[in-house]
Design a protein around this ligand. Structure first.
Ligand code: AMP
Ligand code: MG
Length: 356
């Protein structure tokens, strides 16, 4: 097997250190000083060689955040990397789930208006959610949680909530009710609550990618229930060809494809969670102003971005904003592109969307 260049360099460095170590007589202190770099270089060489086998490839699936997740890593056979990612997903779930007792979000939602200390991750996510609330003119609002609880899409009860209960929830919704000061979160209204379902998967994917890159992974992807974040390109410098799902089609049925290299591709659409009653579809993307599922002629919105958290927030926000206002928002942002799919099956691309 021919070793990749970085390994070759480390081995020649290792040999140089050996020559230096055994040349001439050395004091005890100097001998130890010589051994240290050798040990370090040897360890680095082992790590480097194990993680940089160009032909190696590993992948695995799991179930987190109420959805199927998939990891694929090229150039490594180190299963421990995948295990660590799954472990991290479990930790993020325990921190950010709305329904998991003891999570940061649970603590905020049960704070009865008292200040709550949250982790750096939760604070960072809430700060980002505030940014997208502002940018989307309130279309993206993590305080839709009282509606989310009433509609209860995760348990798919298939029940249309009573108008009166939605109206009663409405007065407890609005991000200005939440204050973030460092890591302290305070809700002005004890009956307000937050739900990070519209942004957390993107944020978690970004953190996992950071971890994998630090561990030397240069090619692969993180797929959190359709939120796709790529790492580099495929072996041979070939871009990833990501399929964008046909709304309400089979999971494998794509309406378009996009070639990306290290970017995030996130789609929001009603078909991800919905129920049908009396010929009408009720789905999980809610209008913060009304508390009802959004219907504005769109069937899905896909965002291309460097950061998956940005893509996640924007795909939900643009779905709520609709084609015209959503496209206007995308065109005002640098390095973000979008594909809007209308209910009629029309594909509307932002100006810088890469051509197939
Ligand atoms: P996504 O699949 O990323 O579009 O996120 C949808 C999820 O975000 C829903 O299942 C809710 O948990 C939450 N959500 C629904 N409507 C909104 C909204 N207008 N702003 C922020 N989060 C929302
Ligand atoms: Mg989202």
């Amino acid at each position: 097997m021919s070793l990749p260049d970085p390994c070759k360099q480390k081995i020649s460095g290792f040999q140089r250190s050996c020559i230096l170590l055994f040349r001439g007589r050395q004091s005890r202190r100097n001998r130890y000083a010589g051994i240290l770099p050798v040990v370090l270089l040897f360890a680095l060489c082992l790590c480097g060689c194990r993680r940089q086998d160009p032909s190696a490839q590993i992948s695995d699936v799991g179930f987190y955040f109420d959805t199927v997740v998939e990891l694929r890593l090229n150039g490594t056979s180190d299963q421990k990397l995948i295990d660590r990612c799954f472990e991290k997903m479990g930790q993020y779930e325990a921190l950010l789930s709305r329904t998991r007792e003891g999570s940061d979000v649970w603590k905020i939602n049960h704070s009865a208006g008292k200040p709550v200390e949250v982790s750096d991750d939760t604070a960072a996510l809430i700060a980002l959610a505030q940014k997208y609330y502002e940018l989307s003119d309130g279309a993206f609002d993590i305080t839709v949680a009282p509606y989310v609880t009433i509609w209860d899409f995760p348990n798919n009860t298939g029940q249309i909530p009573a108008e009166a209960s939605i109206a009663a929830a409405r007065i407890h919704v609005g991000l200005p009710l939440l204050h973030l000061d460092g890591n302290t979160v305070t809700l002005d209204d004890p009956r307000a609550s937050v739900d990070l379902g519209g942004i957390a998967k993107g944020y978690i994917a970004d953190r996992l990618k950071e971890f994998l890159e630090e561990e030397g992974v240069t090619s692969g992807y993180i797929n959190l229930g359709g939120n796709m974040l790529t790492i580099g390109s495929k072996p041979g410098d070939i871009p990833w060809n990501i399929g964008i799902r046909r709304p309400f089609g089979e999971a494998s049925d794509t309406i378009a494809t996009v070639k990306v290299d290290g970017l995030s591709v996130v789609t929001s659409g009603p078909y991800e969670r919905y129920f049908e009653k009396d010929g009408k579809i009720y789905h999980h993307i809610l209008d913060p102003a009304s508390g009802y599922p959004v219907w504005n002629g769109l069937a899905s919105v896909t965002i291309l971005s460097e950061s998956s958290a940005d893509g996640d927030a924007l795909s939900t926000a643009c779905f709520v904003l609709g084609l015209e206002r959503g496209m206007e928002l995308i065109e005002s942002l640098d390095d973000i592109e979008a594909l809007f799919v209308t209910e009629d099956g029309e594909l509307c691309y932002s100006s810088g969307f890469p051509e197939e």
